[in-house]
Design a protein around this ligand. Structure first.
Ligand code: BTN
Ligand code: 3PY
Ligand code: ZN
Length: 632
């Protein structure tokens, strides 16, 4: 019907509008805002419909989507108690001790973070998560935790989805009050790709906790304990959350030729992380290199070396990592990471549903509601279709992973990256060069961001047809990628065993490397004066946005301006978000609680001589026209 707003209000029109008017009639301003947000949404839809989505490189016009079925749940009964309640009742130290001695093995569900990061280039939108989050928490309170935030999701949600990452966290927190929520935190690199000032890391941890994080999985891309220790300390000092320190696993402890990443190397790391104050220890097998027999040895040895509960994370790139979990479970691991069936496997985590099924009858089995997990898998199977442009073309597991050691999250991205550089046909060479670069760099731990450096160098060598010998030829003068120069300068710290000196000299061309921790040289952020400056530039933004800005200044700037033009695009259903509307197609958009608009695409006019194109919609039954530039 007709929306009354300020301009049409009687008092306003008669000129009797005094200062008190706004206070007495806030609803009128709200309505004006809703209408305005409706226009912004139409503008977005018009733009995507006319010009396509910049992130969707190949659109299949014939694709039809099934309607994902949200499994039923009771909204009114109290939430069944879960691990979050337990943490609140026990406090974190007792909770960690309790977990360590628990007989059953627990599961962390990575569906909302690592699974789609590793299968769909991190593109899963908040809306598709929120449709099932509450029901999932109510129906599956036996889970240990949900990994929902951090890693690449922070960057991608702003950069590609134009969403506020903090708002995603807040909504998930509200929907899942009974379960522990977990994030992946890159230590001194925060949720970014290089080191940040220490007081910014501290503030970020504090605010992440305030907004819902219960477990911080903290790692460093070179397994550098000194770089992880401050984050562990900040979790202890500024939050009531659990600091889960993660060792990134590389190489093969059972390989006789391996002199670097030995069992002793991991044991030493574990002890130092325990001493640094970690509440839990994770083995983070980001490339899926931990073989079953190695898991037996590693987990049982770590159980003896430290008193902490132990978590195992892997990627199923080889397709045999469920066997590794089984061995780890028999060696006493407390928690393993899995993903809902339809978003599991290959570069993602092993299949949670199947793990639950195969453990049935095992002495360490923790009963779960498998029928419910399978319903949620069906939901995600249909939702996954929305994201078809971001699928990798990997069809089966590969044993090549033991040679190239590419992390799951990077593996699935490499093809897209290669294609965007015109190297799409050279993927095999890129993967081979990845291993060559690893050896050139002295055999380093490869996980964000060190993995990105190795990847950049592999792409560089492939694009220029370079061999190992070419790179080490001191008479050549290459313009190495910026990330490679930064790496050898010490921007990410110093790898275990140091830098290979000759290559460091070649890359740095006389520049001196940094000494000490990478963020030691960065001046602290002056929150008071700097935030005031930020607000002058971004008047609609708040403190959490300011933290986003600090992690990714340019990405935040674009995100902010996108929001100013198109409003909050989070509410737009995913098919319309990526593919626009078809003629006659109708859609509901819930702009805020109880404020739903009905949008129908009526007509798209041809662009006029100035390149502008009129798109005609019906919005809540009224015809609305918006103009967008046709970029074709
Ligand atoms: C609008 O109504 O469309 C404008 C709202 C602006 C919100 C700003 S954009 C960046 C920042 N992140 C948020 O979640 N809110 C602010
Ligand atoms: C990340 O840092 O995003 C990772 O997933 C590393 O494995
Ligand atoms: Zn992972």
């Amino acid at each position: 019907g007709f929306l009354e707003n300020v301009i049409t209000h009687d008092i306003f029109r008669k000129g009797n509008c005094t200062v008190g008017f706004i206070d007495k009639h806030p609803e009128l301003f709200k309505l004006a805002q809703i209408r305005d947000r409706g226009t912004k949404t139409l503008l977005y839809l018009a733009d995507v419909t006319v010009n396509g989505h910049p992130d969707v490189k190949v659109k299949d016009p014939n694709r039809r989507f099934r309607i994902p079925q949200v499994p039923a749940y009771s909204r009114i009964t109290p939430f069944p108690e879960g691990t979050k309640n337990k943490l609140q009742q026990m406090g974190r130290d007792d909770f960690a001790r309790w977990l360590r001695q628990e007989k059953p093995v627990y599961f962390t569900d990575t569906t909302y973070r690592d699974a789609h990061q590793s299968l769909l280039a991190t593109r899963v939108r908040t809306k598709d998560i929120m449709a099932v989050a509450e029901g999932y928490a109510r129906n599956n309170p036996q889970l240990f935790s949900m990994e929902v935030w951090g890693g690449a999701t922070f960057d991608v949600s702003m950069r590609f989805l134009h969403e506020c990452p903090w708002r995603r966290l807040q909504q998930i927190r509200q929907a899942m009050p009974n379960l522990l929520l977990q994030m992946l935190f890159r230590g001194a690199n925060g949720v970014g790709y290089s080191a940040y000032p220490e007081n910014l890391i501290a503030k970020f941890i504090e605010k992440s906790w305030e907004n819902g994080i219960d477990i911080f999985r903290i790692f460093d891309s070179l397994n550098w304990v000194d770089a992880m220790a401050p984050s562990i300390r900040f979790v202890r000092e500024y939050t009531d959350a659990l600091a889960q320190a993660a060792i990134s696993y590389t190489g093969d402890i059972l390989n006789k030729d391996n002199r670097k990443y030995t069992l002793q190397y991991y044991v030493d790391l574990a002890k130092r992380l325990e001493d640094a104050g970690a509440h839990m220890l994770a083995v983070k097998d980001m490339a899926g290199l931990l073989k079953p027999q190695a898991a037996s040895l590693l987990i049982s040895t770590l159980r003896e070396a430290v008193q902490l509960p132990i978590v195992l994370h892997t990627h199923d790139t080889s397709s045999v990592q469920a066997a590794t979990y089984l061995k780890a479970i028999e060696a006493g691991v407390n928690v393993v990471d899995g993903a809902i069936a339809s978003l599991s496997g290959l570069t993602s985590q092993p299949n949670l549903n199947a793990l639950v099924a195969i453990l049935d009858g095992h002495e360490r089995s923790r009963p779960m509601n498998l029928a419910s997990l399978n319903e949620y898998s069906n939901y995600w199977e249909d939702v996954r279709e929305y994201y078809y442009p971001f699928e990798s073309d990997m069809k089966a597991g590969t044993a090549q992973i033991y040679e190239n050691e590419i992390p799951g999250g990077q593996y699935s991205n490499l093809r897209q990256q290669a294609e965007s550089l015109g190297l799409g046909t050279q993927l095999e060479t890129i993967k081979k060069n990845y291993a060559v670069v690893n050896q050139l760099f002295g055999d380093i731990v490869k996980v964000t961001p060190s993995s990105k450096v190795v990847g950049d160098m592999a792409l560089f060598m492939t694009a220029n047809g370079l061999t190992k010998e070419d790179v080490l030829d001191e008479t050549r003068n290459f313009a190495f990628p910026a990330s490679v120069t930064g790496f050898f300068r010490g921007d990410l710290g110093v790898p275990y065993g140091g830098f290979p000196e000759k290559l460091q000299r070649i890359v740095l061309k006389g520049e001196q490397p940094l000494k000490g921790k990478p963020n030691e040289h960065l001046p602290p952020v002056d929150f008071d004066s700097d935030f005031a400056k930020f607000q002058l530039k971004y008047p609609q933004a708040e403190f959490l946005d300011y933290l986003s800005y600090h992690m990714f200044p340019k990405v935040f700037d674009e995100y902010y301006h996108h929001t100013m033009i198109y409003g909050n695009v989070e509410a737009i259903p995913t098919p319309a978000f990526f593919y626009g509307l078809k003629l006659g197609e109708e859609m509901l958009v819930t702009l805020s609680k109880g404020k739903t608009i009905i949008v129908k695409l009526l007509y798209v006019q041809k662009a006029d001589e100035s390149g502008m194109c009129t798109v005609v919609f019906e919005l809540n039954g009224y015809t609305r026209r918006v103009q967008v530039r046709d970029h074709s």
